[in-house]
Ligand binder design. Structure first.
Ligand SMILES: CC(C)(COP(=O)(O)OP(=O)(O)OC[C@H]1O[C@@H](n2cnc3c(N)ncnc32)[C@H](O)[C@@H]1OP(=O)(O)O)[C@@H](O)C(=O)NCCC(=O)NCCS
Length: 195
């Protein structure tokens, strides 16, 4: 099993409890949850649970979520900087959930596409028979663009179960499911049911 994954500018390493402060800094930052404010990690316990779920996916299915650090300077950011998290977790019904969340000061340099592309390949290596899926809210064009850049296809578009935000914005109430292959109906239904 790989302990790390290299891309041109990035080093991805499986999340461990040592990454807690970095993970919490990104997942606790309201700017990374503008599209789904209720998801923000308000305490470290929630971030630790994310790390533990990732470790379980990695132990049982060969891949999980990863700390993404720079191997070279990018913009104002120095080598070694923690840029964010990217990877995939295996869901109970046998499909990968690809996801990523980056620190706002690392946005706009193509790092999410680079890390997500490596993650997609590693998920397929880990469990080739499992489809790679991703869920995204319709009001998150940057994330949708990342999925399109990876070549994932839109598998479903419909109503989200997310709560309206306090400012009355309802655009996030629509969501999209992407996949790397055609999904059997029970798998698609299970992804949709995640909300
Ligand atoms: C989604 C996210 C990871 C993208 O990070 P990033 O480092 O800016 O992404 P990249 O630079 O790799 O590329 C993003 C693509 O989206 C485009 N993009 C960025 N912001 C955009 C916007 N507001 N509208 C449309 N496209 C946008 C970029 O131009 C780029 O496309 P291109 O390569 O065709 O030019 C980052 O915005 C983030 O962490 N958001 C909060 C967490 C999140 O939404 N995670 C996904 C949940 S489903």
């Amino acid at each position: 099993m790989n302990d790390e994954y290299l891309t041109e500018r990035l080093l991805l390493t499986p999340l461990t409890p040592d990454d807690l402060e970095d993970v919490h800094r990104v997942y606790g930052d309201e700017r990374t949850w503008r599209h789904l404010p209720s998801g923000r990690h308000l305490d470290r316990g929630i971030s630790m649970a994310t790390i533990e779920r990732s470790s379980k996916s990695r132990r049982e299915h060969g891949f999980g979520m990863n700390a993404v650090r720079l191997r070279e300077p990018v913009g104002d950011l120095a080598p070694g900087t923690f840029a964010g998290v990217a990877g995939a977790s295996m869901m109970a019904f046998g499909a990968w959930n690809l996801s990523y969340r980056f620190a706002p000061d690392a946005w706009g340099h193509g790092l999410a596409v680079e890390a997500a592309r490596r993650s997609l390949a590693a998920a397929i290596e880990g469990a080739p028979a499992a489809p790679v899926t991703a869920r995204v809210l319709a009001n998150n064009p940057a994330s949708i663009r990342v999925l399109e850049r990876l070549g994932l296809e839109l598998a479903w578009r419909g109503a989200s179960s997310a709560e309206p935000t306090h400012d009355g914005d309802t655009t996030h109430l629509e969501r999209l499911v992407f996949s790397d292959r055609a999904l059997d109906e029970p798998v698609l239904d299970a992804v949709i049911a995640l909300g």
